[in-house]
Ligand binder design. Sequence first.
Ligand code: UGA
Length: 440
Amino acid sequence: MDLCIIGSGYVGLVSGACFAEVGHNVVCVDNDQRKVDALHAGKIPIYEPGLEELVQRNVAAKRLRFTNSIEDGVDHSQVVFIAVPTPPQADGSVDLSFIERVAREIAGVLKPGQYRVVVDKSTVPVKTGEKVTDTIKRYNTGADFDVVSNPEFLREGSAVPDLMKPDRIVIGGNSDRALALMKKVYEPFNAPILVTDVSSAELIKHAANSFLALKISYINAVSAICEASGADVEKVAAGIGMDRRIGRNFLNAGLGYGGSCFPKDIAAFIAISDDLGVPFTLLKEVQRINRDQKERYIKSIRDALWVLRDKKIAVWGLTFKPDTDDVRNSVPIEIVNELIKEGAIVTAYDPKGAEKAKEYNLCPGVKIVDCPLEAVKGAEALLLATEWKEFASIPLDEVKKQMHTPLVFDGRNFFDPTTMAELGFIYRAIGRPILPPKAA
Ligand code: UGA
């Protein structure tokens, strides 16, 4: 099929590449000409495992191309996906101005007798589909089109496999003609398809992300109870996760959720429910627990080091999660900035996020180095803030040798407490019993 994706950000770019990979002809539209040129040359603006090869392969096979012209995209495609940003506003509600502008632009280029399915892939509040329909009709009275909601569930760091092998595909539409075309788009993915009305599909996205965030806050609240009682949150998570009704996924206690989706989407769902007159107050508690988790951990660092001023602290991990270079809304960066504010001397290492952290000046005052062992040299504490796999292969005896004091704060329960104690580390995890370090 001939498909167009408007917006070559995370969702747009990965979706476009995956659609091309299964055999569709895809044109990705972006209003940033420099980005369009770079993508044509096979240069990817984000780090996402497998994406670069996917884009290069499909550009070479002529199934994937990039343009800055919406008209070009819409003219050549039966289905037009909107994948532009929906950033948060100060009050938590969603800024829909990019969506509205794209709707007007589509209306401006739709030709008479040219039926198009306009698909909203961006995360939007329920009822946005109706607004997009009204807008296109207002600016093009003769347009022949249907609007469909098709939320995206990919995760950063595993976006390509998430898209190629999704748990489910949600298609919300009110027209059989549009739904038939959408099913054809997704046929090659061999995944379960859930067909709903437009509003239900829109709600599924916010409800799913909020539920996942709720699971994280739940286990983080349990981790605080474990710390107060001497229980082990990893064992508790294993025990409750073995119940298939609950499941073990997303029950990893840590520093709290971050990134460009959960914080924004939970705030948006609260604003949406307020707007509809049915306040979803449970989600405010989810937010509060998330904030507390970070503050509780900073307090435990403060408690161990007494005064943070002039203390040398090494930090491993700056991205909001592993396998991405995304440092936006990163809890590790928020913690690093708090340590700096209190006068600590911070040296950080991140396998992929260092460049962007420097480029956007996200943690001024932090020395970012290229090697994890260099970061720990002379450190009075090490904070593991992002669970990058490569941290498992760093020799811990060498880490200990390099440090001034073998004090490790493990914000992701990455290491094994018994091993750490045996190696002589003073080891502080999240929601896990404190074992006395073996004497050297
Ligand atoms: C999330 C959802 O998982 C995707 O399904 C959704 O499509 C995406 O948002 C979106 O709306 O675009 P993402 O933010 O990329 O994906 O990453 P996640 O893997 O969900 O992690 C989010 C945050 O939760 C991270 O800070 C991570 O460290 C934290 N987390 C996750 C935990 O603290 N514990 C867990 O058990 C799982």
